[in-house]
Design a protein around this ligand. Structure first.
Ligand code: ADP
Ligand code: MG
Length: 254
């Protein structure tokens, strides 16, 4: 049965999408069956998995509105080796359209039930907000992976997310917990980053993943080639770090 993880942080540009697609590619490379769900109307995780967001017959939007199943909607990324439940701008409308519907935060969870035996991992890329879309991700998930940069306001920014996760845990999804905080775009030459990294470990202990993802230009270049860094340039430092992260995730989960 698939383990379902949300990659979430209400801040934009912190490495959610990069983490989602590289972890998906990394888990695929170690032999796991992966479904990547794009819950961000920007569709970056879709494009970054070699699927053209402008050319999809069905998207995660249709799944949330229950006009299509995941089996019908998913697209195989031949290049990346995993399945993609894609998103594009259309998904922005779902927020409004879901408002009047019952159990609107449970739509993704319900849809995933039908495919949970087809995968080892489902990874959900969340938008940079604590919206109805993110709530669907959190309700469907067993756990949350939180990518974060080791910057001055990092801990402060975490409070809202941690509170939301607590509320979802209390009211909607008893299984939900933070799997771990992933330090990304890390540069050990910057003293402040080392300090914040140490603070994170003091504060969150083993909830901080051992793996650290360095700042690496190849990871930033890969999306323009429609791929995760892990497939685009497996030798790059950043790609190797994401491979290490995939291995750490597998160990933590079993
Ligand atoms: P989010 O999904 O949280 O908005 P992204 O994953 O899109 O964040 O990352 C924001 C930007 O930072 C992107 O341009 C991405 O290519 C770049 N980036 C992400 N991780 C790294 C890294 N480890 N090294 C260098 N650039 C990175
Ligand atoms: Mg993103």
């Amino acid at each position: 049965m698939a383990k379902i993880f949300c990659v979430a942080n209400q801040k934009g540009g912190v490495g959610k999408t990069t983490t989602t697609v590289n972890l998906a590619a990394g888990l695929t490379k170690v032999g796991k069956r992966v479904l990547m769900v794009d819950l961000d109307p920007q569709g970056n995780a879709t494009m970054g998995s070699n699927i053209d967001k402008r050319n999809m017959k069905l998207t995660v939007y249709d799944v949330l509105l229950e006009s299509a199943s995941i089996k019908e909607t998913k697209i195989r990324s031949e290049l990346c080796g995993y399945d993609v439940l894609g998103a594009n701008r259309e998904l922005a409308g779902a927020e409004v359209e879901l408002v009047h519907l019952e159990r609107r935060e449970m739509r993704l969870k319900k849809a995933l039930r039908a495919v949970k035996d087809d995968y080892d991992f489902v990874l959900i890329d969340c938008p940079p907000s604590l919206s109805m879309l993110t709530l669907n991700g959190l309700c469907a998930a067993n756990g949350v992976i939180v990518p974060m940069q080791c910057e001055y306001f990092a801990l402060e920014g975490l409070t809202d997310l941690v509170n939301t996760i607590k509320q979802v845990h209390a009211n909607l999804n008893k299984e939900l917990s933070i799997i771990g905080l992933l330090r990304v775009m890390y540069d050990p030459r910057i003293t402040l980053q080392v300090q914040v990294s140490n603070q994170l470990k003091d504060h969150f202990g083993n909830k901080v993943f051992d793996t650290v993802i360095p700042r690496n230009v190849r990871l930033a270049e890969a999306p323009s080639y429609g791929q995760p860094g892990v497939t685009f340039d497996p030798q790059a430092k950043g790609s190797q770090a994401y491979m290490e992260f995939a291995t750490e995730m597998v160990k933590r989960i079993i």
